[in-house]
Design a protein around this ligand. Structure first.
Ligand SMILES: NC(=O)c1ccc[n+]([C@@H]2O[C@H](COP(=O)([O-])OP(=O)(O)OC[C@H]3O[C@@H](n4cnc5c(N)ncnc54)[C@H](O)[C@@H]3O)[C@@H](O)[C@H]2O)c1
Length: 431
């Protein structure tokens, strides 16, 4: 496959410079200064097997495909708060204060542009650093202007946009999302089913910029944007970073299923106290997250095909806003399973995680792989990046894959394909 070289500077544009966005930016600064390692990032530390097992050839992924070097990245973005990245990271309270002080000049230099925002889509947010225009289309045009100016001022060769903004209220796909024309009409007429995140998406994809969506908002998961992405040659990937509890779920559920163990109940609850938790405390915003989190078990376990094992499975997901914990989320899972002759058993998971520490490397990988896809001439939904996503987009007519091991096979084989290497099928004794 012919891939253009990763030259010059890559601009990463982030709508929403909160906990995840600033942990990504500060992390890259620290890594570039050799103060820390990019743990959790496959593009930086992961290896991939090539050829037969007997050949023992496992290069780093970044040595197999031409990924943009992290030292040549520049960051920009938008937020509804005026805080620069240092202030926002300080407030998010994810990273050590000493580390942030060491990186202060670099972080202070990155200031968010005025956001496209409407409080009715995230009621708990009170930001004032917001653009004012008459129509949603004018807001999209203002974003496109911001993007062009950023590219020129920072002398970027290419750009990628990644949504790290808040989860918006639940919106179902409707007629306005169907075609490029209906979406553009809706933008001109301020249609209520076009939330701010979709305006950013439209602006990026219209300009041919790869776009990833780290939140469960519809955003690029509508026919109009998928079509536009094909027209403008933009690779897209959504939605919702697969980090804590859902990561565990999509690791464990395939394991139970492959041993034909039954599951009667899966209760998942979380406490977290960051701004994300505060926004999700509103029932309309939680609904968006709930839908994103609930889908995975159904697809992995296929209860309609495996009725005796999963048809009665009761799946419940809760998120509780609990300020004392900040970004240090705790996710509990109680899993009621049954085995041979219906004998019941239980599994308990207590994952004391750091939400943004898990999300930042995913954001980096998504950005670098989308940039690779763009240079390889790939456009539209990049299903091979489902590996990173809680509610992955799939082409029309097929069910998305949530099983992390199947997602990993697809990711690795796509990388082999891009690099012109043989795909690994695991057939034959040498494989
Ligand atoms: N941290 C994780 O592990 C994780 C996992 C999956 C998904 N997510 C999602 O990623 C997103 C970011 O998470 P976070 O922890 O950084 O949240 P956060 O609240 O710290 O940051 C979100 C930022 O987005 C800004 N924002 C909201 N609407 C905006 C708009 N229209 N334009 C520009 N900025 C806007 C907010 O002001 C805030 O600073 C959330 O939607 C969250 O649900 C996070």
């Amino acid at each position: 496959m012919k891939v253009e070289k990763a030259k010059g500077k890559l601009g990463i544009l982030i709508p929403g410079m909160g906990a995840v966005g600033t942990t990504l930016i500060a992390g890259i600064c620290a890594i570039n200064r050799e103060m820390a390692l990019p743990i959790g990032s496959l593009t930086q530390m992961g290896r991939i097997r090539l050829g037969k097992r007997t050949e023992d050839n496992k290069p780093l992924i970044k040595d197999l495909v031409d990924l943009h070097p992290v030292k040549d990245i520049v960051f920009g973005g938008w937020d509804v708060f005026e805080d620069n990245v240092f202030e926002s990271a300080f407030h998010a309270d994810v990273l050590d204060k000493k580390l942030l002080e060491d990186l202060r000049p670099e972080l202070e230099a990155i200031r968010p542009m005025k956001a496209v925002f409407d409080k009715s889509y995230a009621k708990r947010l009170n930001g004032t650093h917001v653009k004012e225009r008459n129509t949603k289309m004018e807001l999209a045009e203002a974003l496109m202007q911001d993007i062009e100016t950023f590219k020129e001022q920072n002398n970027c060769d290419r750009l990628v946009m990644i949504w790290c903004g808040s989860t918006e209220i639940y919106i179902e796909e409707g007629p306005v999302h169907e075609t490029i024309e209906s979406l553009e009409d809706g933008l001109r007429n301020n249609h209520k089913d076009i939330p701010p995140s979709m305006i950013y998406t439209y602006a990026a994809v219209k300009l041919g910029i790869p776009y990833a969506n780290g939140a469960p908002n519809l955003s690029c998961d509508i026919p109009a944007i998928i079509e536009l992405a094909k027209q403008t040659g933009s690779p897209i990937a959504g939605k919702d970073f697969k980090t804590g509890q859902t990561l565990m779920k999509t690791i464990l559920a395939p394991g139970l299923k492959c041993r034909a163990l039954g599951i009667s109940g899966w209760f998942s609850t979380n406490i977290l106290g960051n701004r994300d938790g505060e926004v999700l405390d509103d029932p309309d915003n939680f609904k968006t997250k709930e839908v994103s989190k609930l889908g995975v078990l159904e697809e992995i376990l296929e209860p309609s095909l495996n009725q005796e094992l999963y048809k009665d499975l009761y799946h419940k997901v809760r998120i509780n806003y609990y300020p004392p914990r900040g970004d240090n989320k705790e996710g509990w899972d109680n899993i009621d399973i049954f085995g041979w002759l219906n004998y019941p058993m239980q599994i308990k998971i207590d994952f004391l995680c750091k939400d943004s520490i898990l999300a930042a490397p995913l954001a980096l990988d998504l950005v670098l792989f989308l940039d690779l896809a763009k240079r390889a001439g790939m456009s539209g939904i990049q299903e091979w990046l489902s590996f990173y996503l809680k509610s992955p987009q799939a082409p029309q007519g097929v069910t998305p894959i949530n099983d992390i091991f199947k997602q990993q096979i697809k990711l690795e084989n796509t990388l082999r394909y891009i690099a012109g290497e043989d795909l690994i099928t695991h057939l034959g004794q040498d494989y």
